[in-house]
Ligand binder design. Sequence first.
Ligand SMILES: Nc1nc2c(ncn2[C@@H]2O[C@H](COP(=O)(O)OP(=O)(O)OP(=O)(O)O)[C@@H](O)[C@H]2O)c(=O)[nH]1
Ligand SMILES: [Mg+2]
Length: 656
Amino acid sequence: MNQLKQTLLAAAEKLIKTSEAISGVPGMQGQAKALRERAERLRENRFTVALFGAFSAGKSSFANALMGDLVLPVSPNPTTAAINKIMPPDEQHAHGTVRVVLKSREVLEQDVLRSLAVFEIEAADMESALAAVDQIDVAQIAATVKPHYTFIRAVKKGMPEMAPHIGGELVVDMQAFKGFVAKEEKACFAEFIELYYACPLTDQGIVLVDTPGADSINARHTGVAFEYMKNADAVLFVTYYNHAFAQADREFLLQMGRVKETFELDKMFFLVNAADLAASPEELAGVVAHVEKNLLACGIRFPRIYPVSSQTALLARMHGAGKLSASAEKLYRERTHRTAGEALMPEEEALELSGLSAFERDFRRFTLEELTQMAVDAALGEIRRAHDTLGEWIALAEEGESVRQERRKAAEAMRQEALQLVAGISVAPEERDLAKEREELLYYVKQRLFFRFPELFSHAFNPAVLKEDGRNMKQALQQCLQELLRAVSYDLGQELRATSLRLEKFLNKTGAALVKRWETDLARYLQGATLAPYANRQVETPAFAEELPGTGTAELQAALKLFKNAKDFFELDGKSAMRDALEKALQQPVAHYLAQGGQLLEDRFAAAFAEMVADERQRVTEQVEEYFTGVFAALEMQVDIGDLLTRQKTVASLLA
Ligand SMILES: Nc1nc2c(ncn2[C@@H]2O[C@H](COP(=O)(O)OP(=O)(O)OP(=O)(O)O)[C@@H](O)[C@H]2O)c(=O)[nH]1
Ligand SMILES: [Mg+2]
């Protein structure tokens, strides 16, 4: 068995042994239960590793290299169109089983209507939307909105076959799986796809999530991507050797930069794929430096960057497994510089050459020493608490009869006082701090947006779209405006999601401080005993609006009228005049958007805060009750000191 799984199972075993050692001891039932639950979580532990990157960066190729086989379809064109989870097989899902979860009718309809709206076509429902797609003049579509068109076309094409399955799920085999992943007309119906597949990676309990190429246009996908960014145990970001950073890359990395300090660990790994294309080590170093510079511009410092050739690595693994076809063998020889007469390069050597080994070494260290260690440390903390509580009961029981009598007299009053203390603590200051934090964060969101505005504007109103080559300039300007509005609402949505994560962190910090405060205040009642530590909770990220409110105003349209011609716009003052006018016209919509989003955050976090305090109060109350149950038992000599000592020895041995 592999080390990762073994470490977790060993920790789970210790937890179970501890819970057995304290079972039946008065005042330790809560602890015994918590130990068992934690053991269960460790046994079923899954680490999620999410792959991100632009279209055709090689995410799927890299996933294949990690798995050592051609599992996911890859191609030079946009390929992966749905989120794919590669999971360890389990009792219900044998190796090779594929579960396709389809979008609901409402979700699909919304996606279609939203994409259609980009072309300023309104439709009442899916049927009329699909009929309306023929009205779109393909020649007039700007590159930035093309994916919307492709998406609606795909839905239309796939509808006859997929209609009966909408809202349900399908279980298919590996062959059909490839169609679902790669064929847009099928993939556009899928919410996500799960492939149960046994390989060294999944054997460790790792779930690998392959995502479609970053495409900031699909707003719903942004929310899903954010959840993975937030919850994944590791995030692997893939860039293609000689592709410049695309806008979508930047958007993703900016978001990563915004939220990274809320993570407990640095969980990001950056892969410069197709490193086999490097003409020299110097050129490769130059590309890595370029990636590093771009990351820094997104606020990501000290990144772990690995140049890799996914293709060479996969070939190496296939060679190791004796699965190289004749044409693959030829490529393998080329990549490893072995002529036809020479022996093939051994797998390990080629993996080293491909750069994959260097990544895997560091990644293994990360999963074993950092991720796993956190779980193991928490487990040891609970075992230590059990050990200390036993010590407390032993000390009480060992006291002379007169001391015990004294303590017994005082104990009931102490118990009452302790419980009152738990109930009485006021959290009003913390609640105010949370509100203040929210206000401050929102204030800076607005500042940053308008600071970034010139960049967003230049990106939307660019010379490629506003080219006077006989195209309909009025329509082109409208598309620019749509793109700008999309970019602004996208940026704001991302900022609010990041804000939500910062507030979650703030909430958890407050929770941990609250439990510490209780612990300090309770110290004189609980003697040496400690409270179970606060466990971080997750707050569901609100679904923020995808569009700016109130953008149908005459003010925005008036700004577009400032356009005279491309020369005036790009070479004279035209561009800055329009930018200033649009910036002014957008003040209100942005303020409204943030007010709405702020309200969502307020509601969500007020509820989360109240729930957190109530839960923690309940948890601490139970611990106080339990503690005094133990105290009374020990004082009444209902316990056998010899027996407690044996139990404590068992627990101590588990800590060694
Ligand atoms: N030379 C070279 N080409 C590679 C390498 N890895 C991937 N490619 C090629 O890059 C193209 C894109 O690879 P994919 O793995 O499909 O990329 P992706 O990121 O999954 O793409 P989407 O799913 O479309 O977002 C394919 O043609 C691959 O053969 C590599 O290490 N070296
Ligand atoms: Mg792919």
